[in-house]
Design a protein around this ligand. Sequence first.
Ligand SMILES: [Zn+2]
Ligand SMILES: [Zn+2]
Length: 487
Amino acid sequence: MSMSSPPARLRCDDLGLGPVRHVRVIGGLSECPGCGLYQRLPDLEPGQQALCVRCGQKMARRRRTAPLAAPLAFCISSAAFYFAALASSLMTLDVYGRQRTVDLLTGPMELMHEGWGEAGILVGAVTVLAPAVAIGFMFAILYAGSRPQLPDWGPRILVWYDKLRPWSMVEVYILGIFVAYTKLTDMAHVDVGPAVYLIGALMLTMAATDSTLDTDMIWRHRRIDSLTRSEGGETAAVAYVHIDEIEMPPVDHLVACSACGLVGELSHPVSNLSCVGICPRCEHKVWRRLPQTLSRTTAFLIAAIVFYIPANLYPVMTFLRMGGGGGHTIVEGAIELWMDGMIPLSLLVFFASITVPMLKILSLAWMILQTWRGARGHLVMRTRLFRVVDMVGRWSMIDVFMISILVAVVRFNAMASVTANAGMVAFAAVVVLTLLAAWSFDPRIMWDAAGRNGPVPDGLPPAVLRARADPAVPSSLSPASMEPDQA
Ligand SMILES: [Zn+2]
Ligand SMILES: [Zn+2]
């Protein structure tokens, strides 16, 4: 991509790199990632949070009083728990005097030895590799945030961290351990190793790191109004205005960075279909909507439906005990837990492994269909449903984790053994494909398709402020009561 291209057509490296005529950055303005409504974002007090007036989506992360010290403390603890968990044993199984001890890595290794390489790599990636990389990235972010001048790589690490974080599934793994433990206790003596408690602690400290980190602090650190770029010896400034100083620009000229939320105004209407440029703040490629969102989501969804059939028809694992036993499917696994009297656990497995994938497939299919039809109904409900689907999807991995643990620990030849079956790989594929489908879907296009993201007629609504446990904020500021045009 050369800079000598005609200025009439914007290219990916124009935004921020090109002269001022291309983009004007607008402070104090924010686009709702759930419905695409542009709103004035007030300065938040610590503990406050802004919610979209139209769909209730969080507009910015909660502000924190100790933006670096608290996440740093939790991040150091996470690193300590992580290494300790890797070095210690997960559980020891005792079958008629014969013992077997496993650790965090045994499950993925055994799956690979049995010929289920993809499943082994997946389990290892989301339980061992992703948490380590996430902790490393977090240290880098905190280091960058502590510098007087934010290093150039700082914003990129933050963007990568947000993309990687959902793949670290420590909290789901804990439940997988719990289900595996319950299944084992009725056949043999099980000793829980220190790694289980350490992973539990790691889950808490990683969640605490995320909830105490003030991402906006990092972005505030990078002042937009002083951003300049040198390109070929020339320095081009990015024009900056605050929304209070100008008239609201036409909505179709506005574009928000999906990674850092920066809003820019272009001199011409922006298409939803092409890349607008590079964000001047975080250097992420800026699209008005996620690229090819409908076709990508549809493709992932169709693939998920294809795998859904073998995932439920074929056995996920075979449990042999003293010559007896046999393979069972996902549903049979949940029923078996119910028969053994472990009803809450059976409901949990049923919900995570059967309800959630079904809910994801049906809701995403409904959203795609309604968007294609340009339907105007249930927009708020659809947007909220998408948030739920996006949030619960990872929990379906419980069964895959449980099988990886059983395969690792129950290896006593003729006395007792567990092997994974093809259904498990198909099921893992369903989980990953539905996750990818949800992450490719941009809920804003539902509002676009309904014609609800045109120019804002009545000025600019302010985002709703919500303060946790703050009685000073009247309840009339709740998003539901302020929604001016709920569908
Ligand atoms: Zn919204
Ligand atoms: Zn950005």
